[in-house]
Design a protein around this ligand. Structure first.
Ligand code: HEM
Ligand code: CU
Length: 654
């Protein structure tokens, strides 16, 4: 009996590695701690009512951001483990398979479970407020999107302790990801973790496109929308076209693994190159999906902190849309070396370089906005200024990679690693951090401590260059990506050591940010005005943190940067008591939460090939849908009295 249990456990739980025992223990302990704290402070009801069942876009946004910061931590620990392994020649701190697992989970987590949710967090926080709406178009779907992302991320992370992690790279190329190359359940975790959260992303994309098209305040024309909202629109249109490709690609790969299909095996007529084409048809647009909203943040920040209108608003909008369209015609630049003809490579080289034009337009517009502006260096502006040189270098090395013949030299070398981290960290992460600093007072009603923020900024920024600049050189010296160790004779030791030191500096920067948040919760400067930065757009006309209904009276917009106009005309945004009407709101619902966990159960069943569990999960999903369709009470009204009370509390009632 005992032997049987042991046998089962060793098959099911990943054993034998101290790191994993450590993770088991810390997961166990944190579960116990959470359970204990919630019970001790009698917070279960509060958690359920206020958070798990919420359909309020602001709370959903906050949950996205918390989850993404946790994932940044997990992905960051992976990064540090890799850099520890590579710091010196001939290190055997990690086994080779373990190294493969770590770069796979690091890449996947950073892009799909860190960047994407941080982005959706910002969408949720800012978009409805910027366009003067009370919520997104489909609040219930919005909650469902969040929980699908969340359970997908949990499923993916579970692979670390149960069954084994994926190890075929963050894009799971066959044949490595086929059953023959990866017989365990790791790749199944990958497929289902991403598949579930991908459904959430697709739904969010649709939700925000409809929100932006249909929910804008009266008077706000498309060409008067704030640039962040425009960038969200561009990003979401891209999501709607790209994500179905991912869904189908992963489904085909799963059929190969689960049902003996041969879409991507050389046997029986399949072809791995088909997979590579498909995955990059999603993968390339994906990098623009995450970077466009960062451009939106920079546009807002640069104009507010230069006390100027954005330079070239129209060209900003057009360049966003052009980038999102061009992003579909470049995917082959990821495999110039894999045997396409010279003409095909030339076509994709040219389309890739063409993207530099609209991107360059944006950079010039930001610079022209700052030119002769009254620049204030607050934290959001700091990250924006840090971004510009980083992104310029990243863009330049991108154009170098786009030279197809030269790419035969750079392909899969450390030069590439340096390039994409340059744009992903310098563009995406810096951009989202700028956005979080910018909208933080709106989310929570207080500002983040500046001193700790400065430490964080400089550690991240200096650490970034120390970490990634040497990698360009390492690429030229012949170091390839995904090597887990190298010999003394290669001469890569010193630069790798410097690079690892840079990674540690960034890690310390992250610790400063966590400290900054904890410190500011207690001591942060309260934002009593609702407009701490002297903003231009509608979100700054309401109190911080925003009341659940956002706008007591729906705004009527007269032009671009409407709040700025009001300020110039001496209009103070107040709530006239006589104009308040009851506000129609969506009711909370536990169904998105419950249904997503049933999807989790089904996903777990698919991962291990346990039919009974798949059936349970899918029945639960169907049951949740039925329950929703029989729900009658979908909405409620906030009474006038309550609105008056809230507005009076903020001193807005006249
Ligand atoms: C915080 C500092 C970071 C460090 C020190 C770091 C370090 C690394 C290292 C050492 C590798 C593996 C290189 C190899 O041996 O092939 C890697 C791969 C990767 N990283 Fe990062 N990284 C960081 C942040 C990020 C961020 C923010 C993103 C995305 C938003 C990201 C995305 C990726 C991807 C997609 C891969 C490729 C994985 C693969 O080869 O399958 N990284 N990173
Ligand atoms: Cu690409």
């Amino acid at each position: 009996m005992i032997d049987k249990i042991k046998d089962f456990a060793s098959h099911f739980f990943v054993t034998g590695d101290p790191l994993i025992y450590g993770a088991d223990v810390s997961i166990g302990l944190s579960m116990v701690a959470i359970f204990f704290v919630l019970t001790y402070f009698k917070k279960w009801g509060w958690l359920w009512r206020e958070w798990l069942t919420t359909v309020d876009h602001k709370k959903i946004g906050i949950m996205y951001i918390i989850a993404s910061l946790l994932m940044l931590f997990r992905g960051g620990v992976d990064a540090l483990l890799m850099r520890a392994q590579l710091a010196l020649p001939n290190v055997h701190f990690l086994q080779s398979e373990h190294y493969n697992e770590i770069f796979t989970t690091h890449g996947t987590i950073m892009i799909l479970f860190m960047a994407m949710p941080m982005m959706f967090g910002l969408f949720n926080i800012a978009v409805p407020l910027q366009i003067g709406a009370r919520d997104v178009a489909y609040p219930f779907l919005n909650a469902f999107s969040f929980w699908m992302f969340f359970v997908g991320a949990m499923l993916f992370n579970l692979s670390f302790v149960i069954g084994g992690s994926p190890d075929a790279g963050w894009l799971a190329y066959p044949p490595l990801s086929e059953l023959s190359g990866s017989p365990g359940v790791g790749e199944n975790f990958y497929i289902w973790g991403i598949q579930l959260s991908g459904v959430g992303s697709l739904a969010s994309g649709i939700n925000f496109v409809v929100t932006i098209l249909k929910m804008r305040a009266k008077g706000m024309k498309m060409m008067q929308m704030p640039l962040f909202t425009w960038s969200v629109f561009a990003s979401c249109v891209t999501i709607i076209i790209a994500f179905p490709v991912l869904t189908v690609t992963l489904a085909l790969l799963f059929i190969d693994r689960f049902a003996g299909g041969h879409f991507f095996t050389m046997l029986h007529g399949g072809n791995p190159m088909m997979y590579v084409n498909l995955i990059w048809m999603w993968g390339h647009p994906e990098v623009y999906i995450v970077v466009l909203p960062a451009f939106g943040v920079f546009s807002e920040v640069v104009s507010v902190f230069s006390k100027k209108r954005i330079f070239g608003y129209k060209s900003m909008v057009f360049s966003l849309m052009i980038i999102s369209i061009l992003s579909y015609f470049t995917w082959v630049h990821h495999f110039f070396t894999m045997g396409a003809s010279a003409n095909v490579n030339a076509f994709f080289a040219i389309t890739t370089m063409a993207i530099a034009i609209p991107t360059g337009v944006k950079v010039f517009n930001w610079l022209f906005t700052m030119f002769r502006g009254r620049i204030r260096i607050e934290q959001p502006m700091l990250w924006t200024l840090g971004f510009i040189p980083t992104f310029l270098i990243g863009g330049a090395t991108g154009v170098m990679l786009a030279v197809a013949p030269a790419d035969y030299q750079y392909h899969n070398s450390y030069f590439l690693i340096a390039h994409f981290h340059q744009v992903l960290i310098g563009g995406v992460v810096f951009g989202y951090l700028a956005g979080i600093y910018y909208w933080w007072p709106k989310m929570f009603g207080f500002k983040l401590n500046v001193k700790l923020g400065l430490w964080a900024f400089w550690l991240w920024n200096i650490g970034f260059y120390v970490c990634f600049m040497p990698q360009y050189a390492l690429g030229f010296m012949g170091m390839t990506r995904r090597v887990y160790t190298y010999g003394w004779d290669m001469g890569w030791g010193p630069l790798n050591l410097i690079s690892s030191i840079g990674a540690v500096l960034m890690g310390i920067g992250f610790i400063f940010q966590v400290w900054q948040i904890l410190y500011s919760i207690k001591y942060g400067e309260r934002d009593t005005t609702g407009d701490p930065w002297d903003g231009h757009t509608l979100e700054w006309t309401i109190p911080s943190p925003a009341p659940e209904y956002n706008f007591a009276i729906e705004p009527i917009v007269k032009g671009q940067d409407d709040f700025w106009r009001m300020k110039k005309e001496g209009i103070v945004p107040m709530t006239k008591e006589s104009e308040i009407k009851p506000i129609h709101m969506p009711r909370n619902s536990g169904i998105p939460f419950i249904m997503s966990w049933f999807w989790f159960i089904a996903g777990f069943g698919f991962t291990f090939g346990w039919t009974w569990m798949i059936v349970v999960g899918l029945l639960g999903v169907a049951g949740s849908m039925l329950a929703r369709s029989f729900t009658k009470k979908l909405d409620y009204y906030i009474p006038v009295e309550e609105i008056k009370e809230t507005e009076a509390k903020f001193g807005r009632l006249v």
